[in-house]
Design a protein around this ligand. Structure first.
Ligand SMILES: CC(C)(COP(=O)(O)OP(=O)(O)OC[C@H]1O[C@@H](n2cnc3c(N)ncnc32)[C@H](O)[C@@H]1OP(=O)(O)O)[C@@H](O)C(=O)NCCC(=O)NCCS
Length: 148
């Protein structure tokens, strides 16, 4: 039976492995420490038989929610785990008063696009524009130079 719960620090290595297996950038501990100063209840993991097999990271800026770094262990896909993770995150965002949630998908990532469409997330024509601000944080991480 899948179980969705909040991230706790002993999960870090397993979460990093899931992101790596899914081809996603791994957020460092320092980056996650910074993230967890806000909305720690939006960083969720999925367990099956006490094995951590899925993760999703949500943020809320007071106006819009954002879904980042959703990943499910390849051996556990197509069992509804990502759907459960996203539903739990949506519930938590709604509880914060968030009226709309956004996310980014690479256009060539057809499997992920189909997943998001199945959950009611519709592609928009907007193009993401981005600019680094040249800030070097004490916890400088490689991902500071990467896209969201
Ligand atoms: C995308 C991902 C998170 C989906 O996880 P999952 O647990 O397998 O998804 P679910 O089982 O909850 O899928 C729910 C529905 O989404 C759709 N779906 C999911 N994966 C799909 C795929 N690869 N191709 C087409 N449709 C898909 C199906 O309609 C599915 O329902 P069904 O299995 O009853 O047909 C997983 O494939 C993954 O980790 N991929 C690598 C990382 C990634 O792409 N993350 C999202 C980046 S934006």
């Amino acid at each position: 039976m899948p179980h969705i719960r909040e991230f706790v620090w002993p999960d870090y290595d397993r979460v990093a492995a899931l992101w790596t297996a899914a081809g996603r950038d791994v957020l460092t501990r320092a980056e996650l420490t910074a993230k967890l100063t806000r909305d720690p209840q939006l960083f969720l993991v999925a367990e099956v038989d006490r094995t951590l097999v899925g993760v999703v990271l949500g943020t809320y800026d007071g106006r819009r929610g954002m879904i980042l770094r959703l990943a499910v262990d390849p051996a556990y896909r197509r069992r509804g785990l990502a759907r459960l993770l996203v539903a739990a995150l949506e519930e938590r965002l709604a509880a914060l008063g968030c009226p709309r949630v956004n996310l980014l998908v690479l256009p060539q990532d057809t499997g992920a696009l189909r997943f998001w469409r199945a959950l009611g997330y519709l592609p928009q024509p907007d193009v993401l524009c981005t600019k680094p601000l040249g800030v070097t944080r004490p916890s400088a991480a490689a991902s500071d130079t990467m896209l969201p």
